[in-house]
Structures are given as C-alpha cells and as structure tokens.
Design a protein around this ligand. Structure first.
Ligand code: WTA
Length: 649
C-alpha cells in the first residue's frame, strides 16, 4: 500500500485475484491499445460471442458532428435468443438463470433454469401478441422486482416490441408522462409489489395514470393477490389470457440498429428524457462489459442489488448476465428489512460470489455496525462492485475490509443510463485499486478532460469529462427528440459526448469522478433533475417560486434541498412543509421527496432575473465563507436572510 497526495492511496490486488482471470495487467494494456488502434477488428471479435441471424457487414459507423451513431450495420439478431434460447440449445437448459429471493426472508425462493425461462418467456411473448402487441410497439413495464419483470423485458425483446421500464417508486403522474412521451399503448404490471414488508400499489398507480392517458391493453400479474379493479376490455389477467397460447414463438429477427428499449432518466432541464438503446451494440456491450468487469466464471452466483427499473438492473441483472449464461440473483427486498443484515444473510444463503451494490447502501449498512456482517459466512464472495455515485474512501475501506475481509477486489464502475454499460473501472485481475477512484477506461473508451472553454487538459488534471469516440453501447438518441439528444450531449463541446460529470485524472492515469457539474443531483444513487422537483413544487397553488439544489447527505450521498417562495398571504409552517413533501411525492414519486424545505421571501437573483444557483448550493452546503461575488445580485440582503435561515435549521 503506498500513499501519494496526487495519485491517492493504492491498494494492491490480492495475489489470488491475479490468477485465472479473464484479463491480466499486461493483457489490459495490449487489449486497450488494440480496442482503439484496431477498433473494428476488436469489436468484430467481441461480437462473435453473439449469435447473429445475419452477420454485420460493417462494425462502427458513427459521427459526433453531425450526430449519427450506428454499430454492426447489416447485422440482424434477437437479444432474447442470445440471452435465453441459445443457452438451452447448447445443452445448458438445466443451468439456473435466475434465483429469486423474496422480500420476506421466510417466503419462497425460486430457481429458474434457462429451459424454464425460455418456456415462460415464450408464454409471455405469445400472451403479449394475443393482447395485440406487435413489433415496434412501445410497452410500458411497471413491475415489482420479481422474475416476471425480467421475463416481461425479454418477451418484448423476443417479439421486437420496445420496452420502457418504469421504476416502482414513480407516481401515477410520472407514469402518465412517460406513457405519453413514447406513445406507449400497452402496460405490463402486477396487482401489487412488496418492499421492506410494505405493499406498493402498482395496479392502482397504473389505473390513476391511465385515467389521464388512453391505453389499449394492460397485462396484470397476480403477485400478492390483493384486490384490484380490472377495466373491462382493457385489463387482462396474465394467468387468464395466457391460457391456450402456443408453446412456441420464434424470435423476431431485428436489425442491429432496431430499438431495444427506452429508459427515462433525469436531465438538467425539463421533463425526463427517453434514452434509446438499440439491439446489436447494446448486446455486444453488455455481454463484453459483464464478462470482463465481473470476470464471471461458470456456475458462479452474481448479485446486482439494483432494481430493473434502472439501467443497472437492465444491463447487469437481465441482459449482461443472461447473455453470458450466468446465474443472476434477483432480490425483491431492501437492505435494512427485517434487519440490517439482510444483504449479508442473502449472500450467505445463496453462496453469492459476485456482489454489486451502491455506495448509499454501503454507507447505510456501515453505520449499523460490523456485527451484522460478521455473523454471516461471506466466504463465497470473490468480487465486490460499486455503482451509481462516487464512493467515499471511508465506505470503500469498510466494504473492502469488513465485507471483503481485505482479501478480494472491488470494482468501482462509473457509467450512465446513456452509456448502456460500464465505461471506467479497474478490472478485477488487472489493476490495483484506489479507494474513491473508478480507475481506468474500459476497452474502446476514450475519456477526455476539458476545461470550461473546451480546451483539452492533458496528464494530471481536473475538468469536465467527455468521451471522444463512440462505443457499441452508446445511446443512439432520445426517443422522438434527436435535437434534444444533440443539444444535451454534443453541443457543450462540439464533436464530443459530454457526460455531465466532473472528473480528475491522476498521474497514474486513474480517473476520479467528482460528481455532476450540471443541475442533476444523485440521491441514493438515483438521478434526479433539480428542474423536475422545481416544476413539481411550482405546480402547488401556494408556491410562487422554487429553486432546488443538492446538499451533502451522510447516507444518500446527496439530499434534496428546496428553497420555496410562497404566494402573497400564504403562511409557511410545518403543515405546509408536510403538504409540499406529499405533493412532490404525488407529482414525481417517493424517490423525489424533499429532505429540506427552506421557505424564503425571495431568491437571490441577478439584475436580469436569473436565480444564482451557485449561491444557493453553497448555502445548502453550509459553506458560508465561500459564497463568492454577490455584488451582481439585485438585492444582496436576500443572501444574508438565507444564511441566517440556514444556520437556524
Ligand atoms: C454517477 C447509473 C461516481 C455519475 C449507472 C453519472 C458515478 C450518474 C458512478 C449516472 C461511479 C455512476 N462513481 N459516480 N462509480 N456511477 N455515477 O444514469 O454522476 O442512473 O453521471 O446510471 O451517476 O447515473 P445513471
């Protein structure tokens, strides 16, 4: 272990991790160089691990100015065939594809083999067809974390329908907005979900959403058996509609660039963006990243704790593991129910080998003390992973020492909804680790740091993180709004993909993500646009104006801090605070619940009326000494009042 101010603490890879690995240190250097210098042949080789109906005729075909991205042109494939059928055809039908661990520790574990998964996906695909779904249709999936959620995605992919999964923590308003945006005529949901012992009224939320937007059909799974309202002609129970469907369903051959899914994510402005991923590139990217980053070995149990409603669940619960014929664990519950040892108990119970979670969970569990961990046998673990936000070195240490017993590697994987899969990480058999640094670029990834004016920064530097070349798993557009895609990602630094993240590169070439530099905040690893929360707040009849910023939060990473100005005559107080919190939950969902509501008679604005967010951020962070120049404010006294208000909280 060495210490250096500039390059960070270095934690050497344990010797055991270096043997039998898919990629050693010297492999990495050569392969990384080849992935850039001879990119087409590198990716053509990776693409060989996919079954193509027709082989691609061209590997990469892209430009960032103008923006047009295609990979594996001329190729046709079906990702469901690749994730499911081909493993059965290869004689691996008996292998476990999914292990389901229910919310209730005493509930029923399900182990679903690849052969069973194939049968179930076929039934579901045929049921979707029977309901009327056809190729190219957008299908909204609002499901609990049960295997049927993954099957619903695969069934859509099988018939060429485009899935749009919505996380169960979003409200009816949010569902309706997403349905309208991608003109989705179909919904797949369940009566009810369960998390941490509490019910989640999925069907009821869908019903409220569909009061606002018309829909052709809703397929409903019976999960908890709670009573629900079924609308005649629109709603179908899966167990009824699936009766008598045929037991075969050919996989629809899709062009490499045919859409696979839309996933809504937050940006710095306006409504959520429908990030669109296509079939061929995403398949190659998730297959390849899963294989190298997690160094998966046959018969191992891989557990990613994300929800399938987020990109992490798409790429590393469903597609990446299944494309590799792996066994993936799907967990319905939460880390701290019924007790704070739930994760560790599940690892022990299912002999998990690779565990991939988020810093917010690590921090929350760290706080509960080591006994929760040490009373379980975690010796099955071979590799740990982190994703979603920067991991602070203290949490990294605890994860490494207490969970990993100091003996196994951690991969800190930086990526985004838009990148489809992991972009920057150490590889578990190749690189020493540095707590707090994601590490090195994955194959084919060309990170670049630029300053505010776009000047390229070389060597050891800190700046805005761009990616200069396309990679197979890159999002191709925002659904129905290519201009916004270009504007959001390619206009700040023309010719480059701008990630929205700040980043430092040290003298060892390791990358350290410093967090978002735009108006996106990261709350418990969930991306939230401050503009979205502001729009929700100002819809309330008593609110005149709102400005929302992030502030450091011990567990969540960032919390949601809302400055609110009320209409004349309205009273601030605890009752209104509670009402506004509830209001935001209704408009967006529980995941957007404000942590702090700071009522203020006025917001700091420039003379031209622009809200000075920089100042609001500093005040929320309790950084009063570094407010910077406030002389350009229309009314500098506003700042004093805000500071006093913050100190009084
Ligand atoms: C942040 C999640 C630091 C980052 C896969 C990024 C991270 C945003 C890391 C994307 C990491 C994700 N270290 N920051 N290992 N992983 N982020 O779209 O700010 O939900 O831009 O994708 O999360 O969030 P998204």
């Amino acid at each position: 272990m060495s210490d250096s101010k500039h390059s960070g603490e270095r934690v050497e890879l344990p010797a055991a991790a270096r043997s039998g690995t898919v990629c050693t240190a010297s492999d990495y250097d050569g392969m990384y160089a080849r992935s850039l210098d001879d990119s087409d042949s590198f990716w053509a080789e990776q693409a060989q691990r996919i079954d193509w109906v027709a082989e691609p005729t061209k590997v990469a075909d892209w430009s960032f100015d103008p923006v047009a991205i295609s990979w594996f042109t001329g190729g046709t494939l079906n990702i469901c065939h690749n994730a499911v059928d081909r493993h059965v055809a290869a004689g691996n039908g008996a292998r476990t594809a999914l292990i389901f661990e229910p919310d209730d520790p005493d509930g029923t574990v399900r182990k679903i083999s690849y052969a069973k998964l194939q049968r179930d996906v076929i039934t579901m695909a045929n049921t979707l067809k029977k309901m009327g779904v056809s190729k190219g249709d957008r299908v909204t999936i609002y499901m609990p974390m049960v295997p049927e959620g993954a099957m619903a995605m695969l069934a859509c992919a099988r018939i060429g329908a485009v899935h749009s999964v919505i996380f169960g923590g979003f409200s009816p308003e949010a569902i309706a907005g997403r349905i309208v945006d991608c003109r989705s005529d179909w919904v797949i949901t369940a009566d009810e979900g369960r998390r941490g012992g509490k019910p989640i009224a999925l069907k009821k939320n869908v019903d409220e959403a569909l009061d606002k937007v018309p829909n052709r059909g809703v397929l409903v799974f019976r999960n908890t058996g709670c009573p629900v309202t079924m609308v005649e002609g629109r709603d179908h129970w899966f167990h009824e509609l699936s009766q008598d469907v045929p037991d075969d369903c050919p996989c629809e051959p899709m062009a490499a660039e045919d859409p696979l899914f839309i996933l809504y994510t937050s940006g710095s402005t306006g409504k959520p963006k429908g990030v669109l991923h296509t079939t061929g590139g995403y398949a190659v990217w998730t297959e390849t990243t899963f294989r190298f980053v997690f160094d998966y070995r046959e018969n191992e149990v891989f557990w990613c704790t994300a929800d399938i409603g987020w990109v992490t669940g798409h790429s590393y619960i469903v597609y990446g593991p299944l494309l590799n014929g792996a066994t993936a664990l799907m967990f319905e519950g939460v880390p701290n129910w019924p007790d704070h040892d739930r994760f560790w108990q599940v690892i022990d119970k299912h002999q998990v080998n690779i565990f991939y979670t988020a810093p917010t969970a690590i921090r929350a569990l760290m706080r509960e003390g080591n006994d929760h961990v040490t009373r379980h046998d975690l010796s099955s673990l071979r590799l740990l992973g982190s994703v979603g936000e920067p991991i602070n070195p203290e949490a990294w240490r605890w994860y490494h020492d207490t969970v990993g017993k100091g003996a196994i590697p951690i991969v800190d994987t930086w990526w985004q909804t838009e990148t489809g899969g992991v972009m920057i990480t150490t590889l578990p058999g190749a690189h020493d680790m540095k707590p707090g640094s994601a590490g090195k670029p994955f194959f084919g990834i060309c990170p670049q740091l630029v300053d505010g004016e776009g000047a390229v920064l070389e060597g050891e530097a800190e700046g805005n993180l761009c990616i200069t070349r396309s990679w197979p798993g890159q999002a191709r557009t925002l659904y129905g709004d290519h201009d916004r895609f270009v504007q959001t990602y390619f206009s700040t630094y023309p010719g480059k993909y701008f990630t929205g993240d700040g980043c430092r590169r040290d003298d060892d070439g390791y990358y350290w993500i410093t967090g978002r530099v735009d108006d996106v905040i990261n709350v418990s690893g969930h991306r939230m646009g401050t503009a979205e929360v502001e729009s929700a707040l100002v819809l309330h009849p008593k609110v005149s104006e709102a400005a929302v910023v992030g502030f450091p939060h011990d567990i969540k990473g960032q919390g949601i801090y809302c400055y609110v100005t009320l209409n004349a005559g309205e009273e601030a107080g605890d009752a209104l605070t509670a009402e506004l919190r509830q209001w935001v939950r209704k408009e967006i969902g529980p995941i957007a619940t404000p942590d702090e509501l700071h009522f203020t008679p006025a917001l700091p604005k420039t003379r031209s009326g622009k809200i000075m967010r920089r100042i609001l951020r500093k005040i929320a962070e309790n950084e009063f000494a570094s407010l910077g120049d406030i002389s350009t404010l229309a009314d500098p006294a506003v700042v004093e009042a805000l500071v006093a208000g913050r100190k009084a909280r």
